[in-house]
Write a protein that binds this ligand. Structure first.
Ligand SMILES: Nc1nc2c(c(=O)[nH]1)N[C@H]1C(S)=C(S)[C@@H](COP(=O)(O)OP(=O)(O)OC[C@H]3O[C@@H](n4cnc5c(N)ncnc54)[C@H](O)[C@@H]3O)O[C@H]1N2
Ligand code: MOO
Length: 333
């Protein structure tokens, strides 16, 4: 049961130490109209004159029942309980506390925890979908309580629940600065018959997340030659290798075979997201090797854009990550 806060009328001079139940507005015609005191403000000695100057001989104050806390304190406590690195909390506004990205990064949200905390009555904890790239200042989550006041015990329960999940419930992981090797396959590009469009597209996606393509090398549709270029990058110690083109069903599509031919462990070839279904993710030791299909060259958001930020944030891609892209994965076909 949500208890209603009680309002009591008191002479303003007796209100010191008591809490205002609503915002108080000041109007100075032609000069100012706005909030003089915020809801939840605790009245001090210095506030008496300003209150009298806006005509408040008597004011309503909030009678806080024993064991209850105000929405602003509750909002701040929830935000502190759920947030991890890479986030800054805003001041409460109308009881709402927002959690904003401190820097460019990958938003991580513990979905089950969000559902569980919201089962507590009177709690509203709202987040964006996880695993998205967020810009500095972008709101990742926000919280408020529904009533104006709440039993402190319920907030303590939420804090305890939040601690039971391993790691923070919301955080923004920074991107690591990785060195990326790019192998572009295709006889038509290698021979100069057409000009390369993959290079600029990949560079701009990689650089937007703070990493760098150290070199782009070209190979014809020849399994051994593609393999050699991948191995050369591995020997040079790059952090990630991207191989473009030759990912589908034609006899000249040699990239999946070449990636596997290096001895890399293939996580999966193919993912149920459109565009970008012919993507391959493999690992040679800790080094990810991705085969990128045609759509990555010309579509702004493909399966590559799902996995690249996670890899650059230091995460390892598992087979289930790839098989679970079908639900909601139909973006364009
Ligand atoms: N019967 C089927 N047809 C296709 C399938 C399929 O499963 N069954 N998959 C489709 C999908 S999805 C894609 S994506 C495309 C092509 O995938 P590939 O990665 O094999 O791409 P390529 O065949 O190598 O090239 C396609 C197209 O793009 C041009 N290209 C390639 N690289 C470059 C580059 N670096 N710069 C500029 N242009 C490039 C290439 O010349 C071709 O025109 O297959 C579908 N078909
Ligand atoms: O694999 Mo293709 O890149 O979906 O369009």
């Amino acid at each position: 049961m949500v208890e209603k806060p009680k309002l009591k009328e008191v002479p303003v001079r007796e209100a010191i130490g008591m809490m205002l139940p609503h915002d108080m507005t000041q109007i100075l015609p032609g000069e100012f109209k706005g909030r003089l005191f915020k809801k939840g403000h605790v009245v001090t000695e210095a506030d008496i004159e300003p209150l009298l100057s806006i005509g408040k001989e008597h004011i309503y104050v909030l009678e806080m029942p024993e064991g209850f806390i105000h929405e602003e304190e509750a909002g701040l406590r929830i935000a502190r309980a759920v947030s991890g690195g890479g986030l800054v909390l805003t001041e409460p506004y109308e009881g709402k506390v927002s959690m904003k990205a401190k820097h460019l990064g990958l938003a991580k949200v513990h979905e089950e925890a969000v559902h569980e905390l919201n089962e507590l009555e009177g709690i509203a904890f709202s987040t964006i979908y996880g695993d998205q790239v967020v810009q500095p200042g972008q709101t990742v989550a926000a919280t408020r309580i529904i009533p104006l006041i709440m039993e402190e015990a319920r907030i303590e329960r939420l804090e305890e629940l939040a601690r039971q999940f391993s790691g923070p419930i919301v955080e923004v992981k920074p991107f690591l600065k990785k060195r990326v090797g790019l192998v572009t396959t295709g006889g038509e590009v290698f021979s100069g018959r057409i000009s390369d469009k993959f290079g600029p597209a990949i560079r701009s996606k990689v650089e937007a997340l703070g990493s760098v393509v150290v070199e782009q090398r070209f190979a014809p549709d020849d399994k051994e030659l593609i393999e050699q270029e991948i191995i050369r990058f591995l020997d040079e110690g790059v952090d990630l290798i991207l191989v473009t083109g030759g990912m589908s069903v034609d006899p000249d599509d040699r990239t999946p075979g070449a990636i596997a031919g290096t001895g890399a462990k293939v996580v999966r070839y193919g993912t149920p997201m459109l565009p970008g279904s012919m993507l391959m993710v493999a690992y040679k030791g800790d080094i990810p090797i991705l085969g990128l299909p045609g759509a990555v060259m010309h579509e702004p958001f493909t399966s590559f854009d799902v996995f690249l930020p996670r890899i650059l944030a230091g995460e390892k891609i598992a087979e289930q990550d790839m098989t679970r892209l079908g639900y909601g994965g139909l973006r364009k076909c």
